[in-house]
Design a protein around this ligand. Structure first.
Ligand SMILES: *Cc1c(COP(=O)(O)O)cnc(C)c1O
Length: 396
């Protein structure tokens, strides 16, 4: 088989670690490997870099650095926010979230329901948006926290979280937003939003997998999720993952710098890809509102074709895309997001997500548009000759 470059269009699943991030991290593996909590300077010097990273991330989201708690991932951050709200308000036993959250929120909320808490999984409209009037009506006197994602990882649909945060404030209910898909794509200003908690994950913004933050507003009473040492001023036990934290800090700087590229060049690439697919391949539909939407995400259903089959054939020519969240890939269950939008199983099963990023070029879009129409035609069984042509040679 010929060697070809990877055509990576799955940036909502994870992103390539930026070379600048790797460079920033290396000294903390090779030389400055001390424990940030140690009294001697070999340790306390490391702590300075930890605090610098905290400031870099605080700058990205316009927060006070002391409001940033480092965690192991986005999942830990969302779990921590909801857990904290419930433990600090023991008489409030209701959680309000949406039916389209990432499994990091959804499955934790399901777990809580099994533990006897009351949970509302608020539905979405057919275009993936929220009816805010009805959402407000779902806030109860015993609601401990409202947790609503900012940008949907499958469709890219944006929720008006500043309005939802204001709604929560007027009801004196805490608000958490899973903003994992947002950095580098939209500006983030926690002071302006007025959220109590906000979650981010490093590997969605060109830092490594396995590092996240939870922003906790100063005025909010907090209860830790991981209990141990006094790291993170008692808010998260466990020796700090210094290299990854330093990398996340550098990635936060890069995310601010790439805002413009994502919203101009990457948006144009996404639009060109989406428009060409919808116009040239018959029986295709975009899933989710066109706007407001992340600039990098396109979710398209190919009627009558299984997404898994499309992904397999795309993979053979080196194209990485996804059929929804990576966590559900492998099971043929249609995406919970598309199901919540009311898509019939036949449409939901044919949905492919393309998510672009700053490392994509026109060449990637050309390459997909070169291969995809034939793949769809082949899978629809319209052209037996193209099937024969694309079959790998025997023995490979
Ligand atoms: C990836 C993702 C998460 C989970 O982050 P991890 O660091 O992988 O745990 C949570 N929410 C959204 C919207 C995501 O895209």
């Amino acid at each position: 088989m010929e060697t070809r470059e990877l055509c990576y269009l799955d940036n909502n699943a994870t992103t390539r670690v930026a070379p600048e991030v790797t460079a920033a991290m290396l000294p903390f593996f090779e030389k400055q490997w001390g424990n940030a909590s140690s009294a001697y300077s070999f340790g306390s010097n490391v702590a300075k870099h930890l605090e610098k990273a905290r400031e870099q991330i605080a700058t990205l989201i316009n927060a006070d650095p002391r409001e940033i708690v480092f965690t192991s991932c986005g999942t830990e951050s969302t779990n921590t926010a909801i857990h904290s709200a419930l433990l600090t308000q023991p008489r409030k036993r209701h959680v309000l979230t949406t039916a389209v959250e990432h499994s990091a929120t959804l499955n934790y909320a399901r777990f809580l329901k099994g533990q006897g808490y009351e949970v509302t999984f608020f539905p979405v409209e057919p275009d993936g948006t929220l009816d805010l009037f009805l959402l407000e009506k779902s806030i109860r006197s015993d609601t401990a926290i409202v947790s609503v994602m900012w940008a949907n990882n499958e469709t890219g649909v944006l929720f008006p979280i500043d309005e939802i945060a204001a709604m929560c404030r007027s009801h004196e209910v805490q608000f958490h937003t899973d903003a994992v898909q947002v950095p580098g794509k939209l500006p983030i200003d926690v002071r302006n939003i007025g959220s109590d908690y906000l979650s981010l994950s490093g590997h969605k913004l060109h830092a490594p997998k396995g590092i996240g933050i939870l922003h906790v507003k100063k005025q909010v009473k907090f209860h830790p999720y991981i209990i141990g040492g006094q790291q993170e001023r008692g808010r998260r036990g466990g020796t700090e993952n210094v290299p990854y934290i330093v990398g996340f800090g550098r990635a936060a700087e890069l995310a601010s710098a790439s805002l413009n590229d994502e919203n101009t060049r990457v948006r144009k690439l996404r639009d060109r890809l989406e428009t060409a697919i919808l116009e040239t391949i018959p029986k295709t539909v975009r899933n989710g509102a066109r706007e407001p939407r992340l600039p990098n995400t396109a979710n398209i259903s190919f009627v009558g074709v299984e997404a898994e089959a499309i992904l397999l054939l795309l993979d053979r020519v080196g194209i990485c895309a996804s059929s929804g969240s990576a966590c559900t890939t492998g099971s043929l269950k249609p995406s919970h997001v598309l199901t919540a939008m009311g898509l019939k199983p036949k449409l939901a099963q044919g949905a492919v997500r393309f998510s672009l990023g700053i490392y994509n070029t026109e060449k990637d879009v050309d390459y997909v548009l070169h291969h995809l129409p034939g793949i769809i035609q082949k899978l629809r069984g319209l052209s037996p000759t193209s099937v024969a042509k694309q079959k790998p040679a025997a023995g490979k």
